[in-house]
Design a protein around this ligand. Structure first.
Ligand SMILES: Cc1cc2nc3c(=O)[nH]c(=O)nc-3n(C[C@H](O)[C@H](O)[C@H](O)COP(=O)(O)OP(=O)(O)OC[C@H]3O[C@@H](n4cnc5c(N)ncnc54)[C@H](O)[C@@H]3O)c2cc1C
Length: 464
């Protein structure tokens, strides 16, 4: 390949596809190509369909509260196809003290609920006067310091559900930079939140509504299939084309992929974070970290006839202190219609994560037996499933632990020094689908406007 592209996009997951979609839509003459290692686009987004059951190998959905994602759905017509599960109606549970505890959906209801004793609730209010912890505290240490130990199991469950992570390793500066910024600015998170809410009220913006989890009738894979549909397979997408080297030249970039050489004015790196770090070390030896830990999970899927009743809602999570085999379960057939054949239910038990990679090595029979035992105990099921399968995600979830903010600083300065280099994707400034669609959109804007926009820490929720 001797042609010079305006832009080469490394990696064809949601991040790379978002950049490509925006370039194609807004600048038809901008010559780009996605270089993708595997034989398909979509990265970790994959849907499994078997015997009438529809389950997810990667993400299950995304919240409909992100402007960039909403716009992409409109631009592709996917907004006409979505299925939604409003958080207001779909409760979640935390398994604690050998039972499922319903987590109320609003902060007021949480405050009134008998989940934690009144003394612990009063302890939460003393957050107003707690000094700011210096350094890079872990999430567990920071929560314990600011809000007290009674909240720890619930926070553990939240970070199990989002990062499959260990909150004794994830750091608050990395996973909730916006909340940490509020704490530092106002001396207290509660004071910061009150001040933000007052400001928003004064500005008269729309009232914050509870978002809905969004997917598609045939599963999440529809999102990436639709984004890839418009790409010209001859010129805009190269599959089975793994990038092995990237070099900065006097005129732009040279990329070796699938044994061929590609040239471009700009590169957008949308690879999994560790693949990106490996390649970029050849470009800049000052990268502060050679790798980022990842947490892998698998799901053991169980289908039952519907004389087995699962509780209403999204599912439940299990804090580590309960010492169960699984991390929790997602009630797939509650979330979206058509996930199980008529008169059947389906749910997915999650196994592994940052704390228990050894469980992923177990054989299929052991995994199924142990996960089923957990589910039968927790959900009070005395029947055998009519369908089981084990789904393993292709990629791990990046763990934003100590020194991660340093890595983000390096990313920012590398991009500032070289405006033709863009680094984005899973683990760079976010881990959710909305983060990917947002950062992909911003990169395309910067490529087309040379705007070089900068964005600060955001106050975003921890749920996807
Ligand atoms: C198990 C799991 C569950 C999740 N659940 C949710 C959820 O419910 N909600 C949510 O919002 N988010 C969820 N996420 C996160 C979400 O899936 C990611 O944010 C998003 O899919 C990442 O997209 P990406 O394109 O940045 O990365 P990826 O999907 O990792 O894509 C990177 C691409 O780069 C390719 N590649 C790798 N190496 C090379 C190379 N050398 N050359 C060329 N190409 C290469 C890969 O094949 C891949 O296609 C989940 C993630 C996982 C793993």
């Amino acid at each position: 390949m001797n042609d010079t592209y305006h832009t080469l996009i490394l990696g064809g997951g949601l991040s790379g596809l978002t950049v490509a979609h925006k370039l194609k839509l807004h600048a038809p003459k901008h010559k780009f190509c996605i270089l993708e290692k595997s034989n398909h686009t979509g990265g970790v987004i994959k849907t499994h369909r078997e015997n009438g059951f529809i389950t997810e190998i990667g993400p299950h959905g995304f919240l409909d509260n992100c402007e960039e994602s909403k716009r992409i759905l409109q631009e592709t017509g996917l907004d006409q196809e979505t299925v939604k599960a409003p958080l207001m109606d779909f409760v979640r549970y935390v398994y604690l003290n050998d039972k499922l505890n319903l987590i109320p959906q609003t902060p007021r209801k949480i405050l009134m609920a008998p989940l934690i004793p009144w003394q612990a609730k009063l302890r939460v209010l003393t957050e107003l006067w707690k000094p700011v912890l210096q350094g890079e505290p872990t999430v567990a240490k920071w929560i314990n310091h600011r809000f007290g130990s009674a909240l720890l199991p619930y926070v553990d469950a939240v970070f199990t559900g989002t990062y499959a992570g260990d909150f004794d390793k994830l750091t608050i500066d990395s996973v909730m930079p916006g909340v940490r910024a509020l704490e530092k600015e106002h001396g207290s998170v509660l004071r910061g939140l009150i001040s933000t809410m007052r400001k928003k009220k004064k500005e008269g913006g729309p009232k914050l509504a509870m978002p809905a989890m969004t997917s598609f009738p045939k599963g999440m894979v529809r999102l990436v299939e639709r984004l890839a549909e418009n790409l010209d397979p001859a010129s805009e997408l190269q599959l089975n084309c793994g990038v092995t080297a990237v070099t900065k030249t006097a005129t732009g970039w040279e990329v070796i992929a699938g044994g061929s050489q590609y040239k471009a004015q700009n590169i957008v790196c949308c690879l999994p974070i560790n693949a990106a770090l490996k390649l970029l070390q050849g470009v800049d030896s000052t990268i502060p970290q050679k790798s980022v830990p990842e947490a892998r999970i698998l799901s053991v899927v169980f289908g039952f006839t519907n004389d087995v009743v699962i509780p209403p809602g999204f599912g439940f999570l299990i804090p580590e202190k309960e010492q169960r085999f699984t991390l929790g379960a997602l009630f797939s057939s509650n979330m979206f219609p058509g996930r199980a054949p008529k008169d059947h239910v389906v749910f997915e038990a999650l196994v592994g994560g940052r704390r228990h990679p050894e469980k992923l090595e177990l054989d299929a029979e052991t995994l199924t037996r142990k996960a089923l035992k957990d589910m039968q105990h927790i959900l009070g099921i005395d029947k055998e499933p009519v369908y089981t399968t084990i789904l393993r995600s292709a990629g791990g979830i990046p763990q934003l632990e100590r020194n991660y903010p340093e890595l983000l600083k390096w990313q920012q300065s590398a991009q500032e020094q070289d405006p033709s280099l863009f680094i984005s994707g899973f683990g760079w400034g976010g881990i959710g689908l909305n983060d990917m669609m947002k950062s992909g959109t911003r990169i395309a804007e910067a490529l087309l406007n040379s705007s070089g926009k900068k964005y600060g820490a955001e106050l975003k929720g921890v749920y996807f």
